[in-house]
Design a protein around this ligand. Structure first.
Ligand code: M6R
Length: 609
């Protein structure tokens, strides 16, 4: 959820940058900074915490000039600190970056071997050093940037400036958004449209694999290989709300598409790939608190409760701590057995859900430690719990939860790995393998999202359905529950989720030609068993929709529709499988004409019991 702003023109650059960063404030951040070209060098101002801290710093120590770059950061590689805040400087270059550089360890080692020193723990700083190195070879800024990005793996949006080319910004994009705002004798660059709407409505959007050279009189767009791109600007007529929807028809669709970035934001600064460990310094329950945890209670409501069901798998597998999962509304009334060897973890997007909050209060009354996995900073639940692990999903405006859910799954996995490493139930090697899989997860998630047009077409076939079943096994069973909840909430079609093995114990009586059954069929240890369950449905005439990462003719013969997703680590499958199910619910609802963002009878935060 980092924010990027850049400016070149005649105005006071600091003011433009701060104004743009303010308009991106809703995305959240832990530090911010600007670099402004002043008298032939960069004035770099950075501070931790609120944007106001940066403004105070600029009031004390102004950065005066007409071109510059600014950034708000959520910590990724390296903790929130002034040294880790952007912009980063290396020699003649300053640079801001959104995204994650996956091969940064190898690049940093190479740069160190070439005598480069680093002043931060970030992956970003290596990009600045690469570019500065290529400038020393005699390249201009655009050529040096081109050479540097050819070395990068991962996702990035960068904006870079050099002291040698005053009044010039170079931006590059790969999988993370960049928009260029066109003015009269001035130009802008940002990560998001709302940051620029105060200044211009004429925008150029960079595509993946493209760069832009920007000065006050024009913009030159090219592909990473140098091929020039001719692109007409678009005039953005969106009102501020549509701008916030990013041009999507609904907030829900925007939020579905934000999920690869959202889970990156949940992982930021928490993965220690080299050590095979998880870093949770913002989650503090006291000295070595993990040693004496003998059981855990995971409490939540709705979608967050489904996340807890998956979390139980993660925690029991990696940390070997027995876990109980309960609804907030049930837990508080059933005289739960709680004692000081337990840890109560509540999961909530809003941090305001009354029944979940009551569970934290129950824990406090009984002197039991409590922790929250939460999205909304400083919400009631986060203020009551002893420790908080923020999901950093950014604002979720659609009532139906999507990115909050996958980030809750991610946070629960981080917690399980953290506990497993501390308690000696998970080796560094096993943890490293999972961390690597997590770092690579955004790409398959994007591939799954690219299935949206075919899912939209498929959804038309089910608009008239009156009932749906969803089945899955193991840690994907809660995803079947979540898929059914999403469909109910959005389309008002009755839907139920079941463990696939439970079908024959009753629900199979419901199967007929009018019953769509969504089967979650990933390649894992229970693949063959779930396949047999699917055949049981087929022989009773059910309309099967399979979501699978397996290429197998048998599946195609049995199923009416197949949604084929990429393969990922089995522990990450619940995250991946959630996406096509969200899209299916979204498009069925859209075709039925329901109010997707604000379904009837529902509220975003349920503050009543
Ligand atoms: O804010 P919370 O995560 O505590 O909210 C819990 C549920 O009310 C919420 O997940 C609800 O089920 C959503 N509408 C699901 O899409």
């Amino acid at each position: 959820m980092c924010g990027i702003v850049g400016y070149v023109g005649q105005r006071d650059a600091s003011s433009v940058l701060i104004r743009g960063l303010r308009l991106l404030e809703y995305r959240g951040y832990d530090s911010a900074g600007v670099a402004v070209l002043t008298n032939g060098d960069f004035a770099l101002r950075r501070s931790v915490g609120k944007l106001q801290n940066l403004e105070d710093l600029l009031a004390e120590s102004p950065a005066t000039g007409h071109s510059g770059i600014g950034h708000t950061r959520w910590a990724t590689h390296g903790r929130p600190s002034e040294a880790n805040a952007h912009p980063h400087r290396a020699g003649r270059v300053v640079l801001i970056h959104n995204g994650i550089i996956e091969n940064f360890l190898a690049l940093r080692a190479e740069l160190r071997a070439n005598g480069r020193d680093f002043s931060s723990e970030t992956d970003t700083e290596i990009i600045a050093h690469l570019i500065d190195g290529y400038l020393s070879d005699g390249d201009d800024l655009a050529a040096a940037t081109r050479r540097a990005i050819a070395r990068l793996e991962g996702s990035f949006a960068i904006v870079v400036m050099s002291v040698d080319e005053p009044g010039r910004l170079v931006a590059a994009k790969s999988a993370t958004p960049i928009v260029i705002g066109l003015g009269d004798g001035e130009n802008f660059v940002a990560s998001d449209i709302p940051a620029l709407l105060d200044y211009t409505r004429d925008m150029l959007f960079l595509e993946d694999g493209e760069m832009a050279e920007i000065d006050s009189s024009g913009v030159r767009v090219s592909e990473f290989d140098g091929t020039v791109v001719e692109r007409d600007p678009r005039r953005i007529t969106w009102d501020p709300v549509t701008a916030q929807k990013g041009g999507y028809k609904h907030f829900m669709l925007k939020e579905i598409h934000e999920q690869p970035q959202a889970i990156i934001d949940t992982m930021r600064g928490r993965l220690l790939l080299e050590d095979g460990d998880i870093f949770l310094d913002d989650f503090d329950l006291g000295k070595e608190w993990w040693k004496d945890v003998e059981r855990m209670d995971l409490i939540a409501c709705g979608t967050a409760w489904h996340a807890c069901l998956v979390g139980k798998f993660f925690i029991e597998k990696f940390a070997r701590i027995p876990c109980n999962v309960d609804y907030g509304s049930e837990f508080r009334y059933r005289e739960p057995i709680l004692d000081e060897r337990g840890l109560l973890v509540v999961v909530s997007q809003s941090g305001e859900t009354a029944d979940t909050l009551a569970a934290v209060e129950e824990a406090r009354r009984k002197g039991v430690r409590s922790a929250a996995i939460c999205n909304v900073v400083d919400s009631s639940i986060t203020r009551r719990a002893d420790a908080v692990l923020y999901t950093h999903a950014g604002p979720e405006i659609s009532v139906a939860s999507t990115k909050a859910f996958v980030t809750q799954l991610t946070a629960l996995l981080l917690m399980a790995l953290f506990l497993g490493r501390r308690r000696g139930t998970l080796s560094a090697e096993e943890c490293r393998e999972l961390i690597e899989a997590m770092v690579h997860l955004p790409s398959p998630l994007r591939e799954a999202l690219a299935l949206a047009p075919s899912i939209e077409t498929m959804a038309r076939r089910y608009v008239k359905a009156e009932n749906f079943l969803y089945v899955g096994r193991g840690l994907n069973y809660p995803i079947a529950l979540e898929g059914a909840l999403k469909l109910k909430e959005l389309s008002y079609i009755h839907a139920e989720g079941y463990p696939a093995g439970e079908l024959k114990h009753g629900p199979i009586a419901l199967i007929s030609e009018t019953m769509p059954v969504v089967v979650l069929l990933p390649k894992n240890g229970s693949f063959a068993k779930t396949l047999s369950n699917m055949k049981e449905v087929e022989s009773r005439g059910g309309q099967i929709i399979v979501v699978t990462d397996v290429e197998d003719d048998e599946i195609d013969q049995v199923a009416r529709d197949v949604i084929r997703v990429p393969s990922v680590h089995p522990m990450l499958m619940p995250i991946l499988l959630s996406l096509p199910l969200q899209l299916l619910s979204y498009y069925v609802a859209e075709h039925r004409g329901t109010d997707v963002d604000q379904p009837r009878n529902l509220a975003k935060s349920v503050t009543v019991e």
